[in-house]
Design a protein around this ligand. Structure first.
Ligand code: PHE
Length: 462
């Protein structure tokens, strides 16, 4: 079994303590004191001895009296003998040399005087064990088929199971940082009474992505440079029934509008695209909403959109859009501003400012800005607006139903939250899976909100 065996040996040895060392080297205190006393009747004053030896003087004198080497004469000490044998020093010498002393009484006395101390020394006597060999035999870890066939199992030495070792840790799934931040945004939406829209269609017709949003067919966003068109299938099988209403508003206007006044093409509208914004879904959902008896609604979605543009460290041809729409008879630009204030306050952003901008489907349209303490300037954090009647009315919504919308990117807050400055470290084949595994849970606490929306280091699109 064991290649080597051993016995444990305990030996007791006496060692010299600090006070003992002094006396081993310089003579016992009594001897030191004796040497300091000159022969003759004069002797030396007790004062002088104290001055010379300090605390040692008393101990030395006491032992000297006992040994009848010296005696008191008034306030002086005088010698009683001319020569002494320093037995204490000799005894210490013996202990120092042999670790013990033949006389038990001496040991007892030296110990009582704290000059020596007992120590235990552990040692091992090693010898050959039952299975001693000078060759290393490999221990088998498994019983194999070969071992059974050859009979090697009979003589094989098996390695013991180590039930104390930690097993291989099971590898569970890990959420991507984008999904962690998305989850936090979702909770803010749910808290404020929003319903989530189904966003599982990445391909949509130009009709839903552009036309139904009153984006003219000549709009630069519909260019091949900005939009991914599908090759196969290239076109949608059909358009929704109300497409002529959409055509009419583009060509002739209506609802107080004069329209774009160009010949609208059905073929152009059927072209399939990778959706360029989730507003395509919001539009579809608003159309669905309009088919039912009126009710106010709040919808949100957070999902991927695609744009055909130059890819660099900050931009990919895809990103996640965080989008919300609110449909209500009483909805106004003021209510949208109010809502955005509350929404961003949940992430610790308190001062918002709005700047007029242009979207084909909203009027008025506002870019959302937040004050950046560090940069001491206003930083853009999103886009928003009131959807135009040219978009809402053809969807079937009544004249008095107002719809507000807003959008921002998910990448920007995520990259800032997790300290990632290259978009390709977050999305795509260069992503380090270790980073995904190790990154912490996301909390959109007040502090994070500030960090996330007030930094300009990352400029993912919104
Ligand atoms: N679709 C817009 C964008 O791509 C965001 C937006 C949504 C703006 C709704 C206004 C209203 O930036």
């Amino acid at each position: 079994m064991f290649k080597v065996a051993y016995d444990t040996l305990t030996t007791e040895v006496w060692t010299i303590e600090a006070e003992g060392k002094d006396q081993l080297e310089n003579g016992s205190y009594e001897a030191q004191v004796f040497e300091a006393v000159p022969s003759g009747d004069e002797g030396i004053s007790i004062e002088a001895l104290k001055a010379k030896f300090g605390a040692k003087a008393n101990l030395g004198q006491g032992k000297g009296f006992k040994n009848k080497w010296i005696k008191k004469n008034g306030s002086n000490i005088i010698r009683l003998v001319d020569n002494i044998t320093d037995q204490t020093k000799a005894d210490l010498e013996t202990v120092h040399q042999t670790g013990t002393h033949p006389s038990k009484d001496v040991i007892k006395d030296l110990k009582r005087r704290s000059l020596i101390k007992q120590n235990k020394i552990l040692s091992y006597a090693v010898r050959k064990g039952a299975s001693f060999s000078t060759e290393l035999k490999r221990q088998a870890t498994d019983l194999t088929l070969e071992m059974l066939q050859s009979g090697a199992w009979k003589t094989a030495e098996f390695k013991k199971f180590n039930f104390d070792s930690l097993g291989v840790s099971p590898n569970g799934g890990h959420l991507h940082p984008l999904m962690k931040v998305r989850e936090e945004f979702r909770q803010v939406f749910f808290e404020t009474g929003f319903e989530e829209m189904p966003t599982n269609n990445f391909v949509d017709s130009s009709f839903w992505n552009f036309d139904a949003l009153f984006v003219p067919q000549q709009h630069p966003a519909r260019d091949l440079q900005d939009t991914f068109f599908l090759k196969e299938p290239a076109v949608a099988k059909s358009l929704p029934d109300f497409w002529p209403v959409v055509r009419d508003v583009h060509e002739k206007g209506g609802y107080g509008s004069i329209g774009y006044r160009y010949p609208w093409s059905e073929a152009e509208s059927k072209k399939l695209v990778l959706r360029t914004h989730t507003t395509a879904i919001s539009t579809y959902m608003l159309h669905k909403l309009a088919q039912q008896p009126y009710r106010p609604a709040k919808y949100f979605s957070i999902d991927r959109v695609y744009r055909n543009e130059a890819v660099d460290a900050k931009h990919l041809a895809e990103f996640h859009q965080v989008e919300g729409v609110i449909a209500d008879k009483n909805m106004s630009l003021g209510s949208l501003i109010d809502f955005l204030d509350i929404f961003f306050q949940k992430m610790g952003i308190s001062d918002l400012r709005f700047k007029p901008t242009y979207n084909p489907y909203t009027e008025p349209s506002m870019e959302i800005f937040s004050w950046h303490e560090g940069l001491r300037e206003w930083v853009e954090i999103g886009n928003s607006g009131m959807f135009r009647p040219e978009m809402l009315r053809p969807l079937g919504l009544a004249e008095d139903v107002r719809v507000a919308g807003f959008g921002l990117s998910l990448e920007r807050p995520t990259m800032i939250k997790y300290g990632i400055d290259n978009i390709r470290a977050l999305v795509g084949h260069k992503v380090d899976l270790g980073m995904i595994e190790a990154n912490p849970a996301c909390r959109l606490d007040k502090k994070m909100g500030k960090e996330v929306f007030q930094s300009r280091e990352v400029e993912a699109e919104s």
